[in-house]
Design a protein around this ligand. Structure first.
Ligand SMILES: CC(C)(COP(=O)(O)OP(=O)(O)OC[C@H]1O[C@@H](n2cnc3c(N)ncnc32)[C@H](O)[C@@H]1OP(=O)(O)O)[C@@H](O)C(=O)NCCC(=O)NCCS
Length: 147
């Protein structure tokens, strides 16, 4: 399994994976993903076909994870973890000292992964995804990149 930077040609696969990972109400629309692919840091996990991707960006000293998606049939193989670690490395190279993300409080699997990677719950964001759909803000301090 190789993790590499996403390219414009990956957009159709990325859209298909996003559709399989999130309901229509919370999935990123195609236009938004297309813009993120160009303007943000986007990485894909590939072994012939794309099995997952992660997108984030850095503003100042903070990295923000926008989305993390692994194909349902490829979960539990370590791809989510590998994508997150690779994104954090990119964040650190771009000068980020911390990484942050929002995750649905219902998403136990993702919260378990982030906690295991060193993220801590920093705040409960009420109604973040809609009425009664709360999110947890999670943050992690990053190590400086470099020699
Ligand atoms: C969340 C998600 C990205 C995890 O991807 P994954 O490739 O299955 O994750 P990994 O295989 O790297 O698992 C990493 C960790 O997740 C947790 N995890 C994995 N499978 C789990 C399960 N069945 N139950 C609970 N925790 C689990 C464990 O902490 C695991 O650590 P381990 O490798 O030491 O066992 C994936 O389930 C997904 O795409 N879900 C839908 C989209 C989504 O919710 N994205 C996150 C939005 S914030």
């Amino acid at each position: 399994m190789k993790i590499r930077r996403a390219e414009a040609r990956d957009l159709p696969s990325i859209l298909a994976i996003e559709e399989l990972c999130f309901s229509r109400e919370v999935a990123f629309p195609p236009d938004a993903l297309s813009i993120l692919l160009e303007d943000a840091t986007a990485l894909v996990a590939e072994d012939g076909n794309l099995a997952g991707f992660v997108i984030g960006f850095v503003r100042g000293e903070a990295g923000k994870v926008v989305t993390l998606d692994v194909l349902p049939e490829r979960r539990g193989e370590g791809l989510g973890r590998g994508l997150m670690v690779a994104l954090e490395e990119e964040f650190a190279i771009l000068g980020a000292r911390a990484s942050r993300l929002e995750v649905s409080i219902e998403n136990r699997r993702a919260i378990a992964l982030y906690a295991d990677l060193g993220y801590s719950g920093a705040a409960l964001l009420e109604d973040y995804y809609g009425p009664g759909e709360d999110a947890l803000l999670m943050v992690k301090r990053l190590r400086r990149a470099g020699p």
